[in-house]
Ligand binder design. Structure first.
Ligand SMILES: O=C(O)CCC(=O)C(=O)O
Ligand SMILES: [Fe+2]
Length: 352
């Protein structure tokens, strides 16, 4: 990349991704220090010879509740199989995701995400918290993506919209099921304390965002970072890593543990708000995505959030004289604002 292009990229101030197709060496603004980056992971699924790995849970099994509880306490994440979402829909969603990111940069920039928004095309929202840029691009939507999709494909957006809407509907159903299992594993139900989770006047009040991520082939993956370490702001996140390595979760004592892709599995992340609701029993998992130099990885992340004005606080049944509440009540909106002020310190900042 010539110096003018690089300074233009920096001038975009963390908002717009690079034109990855036209870069043959890693620009300095994307070169992370090697000490922060173990990235020897090969591209596609590999045999897992590591001693520790994220649990893979069949949610149809009778022991699923205990396994889910254990995974949420120990890892803050797990992979779920036998969930009923058709494999054909996984493939269609991946196909449409790749179709979007393979559009020319000028086209994608027609739907650029506003700096503080979730919707549209741009670089990772967490970019401003890190000194280096990330080797990725994303596209966020909430419900129907038709307005943006029409700009991307004036004549040909119907299929993209249909697939993304079906995927979101399936992910929402799965989220409800999984939150039910998580609460059930603690001896609770939605009715106990999360009334806002139930539809009001027939209307679902939860706030959900679907984020499509793209990690282009990288000329120097050992010095680059796809998505820097973060926890999700959500209650839970359902992640489809499209059968390509890249996701890593952090576990005390073990360090960064790669999440080996399992075809048709969804990775479930405990998010910050679930850590609050569970009064710290479940932990919001620190995770990141690394990149590779052979294949273009995509992933889809579905974030489940509470209604933006609902108060989120530790569930009453989990609080007593020996287990005092660990967090101040906060609305979903307030939490998002706080997160984008203090980032990884946000849970500490509301700790009682
Ligand atoms: O691409 C991945 O594996 C991780 C994506 C992720 O963590 C996110 O979108 O929040
Ligand atoms: Fe994430």
């Amino acid at each position: 990349m010539n110096p003018t292009m690089e300074s233009q990229t920096q001038a975009f101030n963390h908002l717009l991704p690079l034109d990855f197709d036209n870069v043959s060496t890693l620009p300095d603004s994307y070169a992370w220090s090697t000490t922060t980056l173990p990235s020897d992971d090969p591209c596609h699924c590999t045999i897992n010879d590591r001693k520790t790995s994220l649990p893979v849970i069949d949610i149809g099994e009778p022991g699923a509740y205990d396994l889910v509880r254990h995974a949420c306490e120990k890892w803050g994440a797990f992979q779920v199989i036998n969930h009923g979402v058709p494999l054909s829909l996984f493939r269609e969603t991946e196909f449409q995701t790749r179709r979007l990111f393979s559009l020319p940069t000028e086209r994608k920039l027609l739907v650029a995400r506003p700096p503080s928004g979730f919707i549209g095309y741009g670089s990772a929202r967490i970019s401003p918290f890190y000194p280096k840029l990330m080797w990725s691009e994303g596209f966020g939507m909430k419900g129907s993506p038709v307005e943006l999709a029409r700009k991307l494909w004036p004549q040909d957006h119907a299929k993209f919209c249909e697939v993304m809407e079906r995927w979101q509907a399936e992910m929402k159903t799965m989220c409800d099921k999984i939150v039910g299992i998580m609460l059930g594993s603690l001896g609770l139900t939605h009715e106990d304390d999360m009334k806002w989770f139930e539809p009001k006047n027939g209307c679902d009040q939860t706030q959900c965002v679907l984020q499509l991520n793209s990690y282009p082939v990288c000329p120097d993956p050992n010095r680059a970072m796809g998505l820097a370490p973060h926890t999700d702001t959500s209650l839970i996140t359902l992640l489809n890593q499209c059968n390509i390595n890249g996701l890593q979760v952090y576990q005390d004592g073990a360090g960064w543990v790669p999440v080996e892709p399992v075809e048709g599995a969804l990775v479930v992340n405990v998010g910050d708000l679930m850590q609050i609701v569970s009064n710290g029993k479940f932990k919001s998992v620190l995770h990141r995505a690394v990149v590779n130099n052979t294949c273009h990885r995509v992933s889809t992340a579905f974030f489940l959030g509470p209604p933006s004005d609902a108060e989120v606080s530790p569930l009453r049944k989990l609080v007593d004289s020996t287990h005092p509440p660990l967090y101040q009540p906060v609305t979903g909106n307030e939490y998002v604002q706080l997160k984008y002020k203090v980032f990884n310190k946000v849970l500490e900042s509301i700790r009682l």
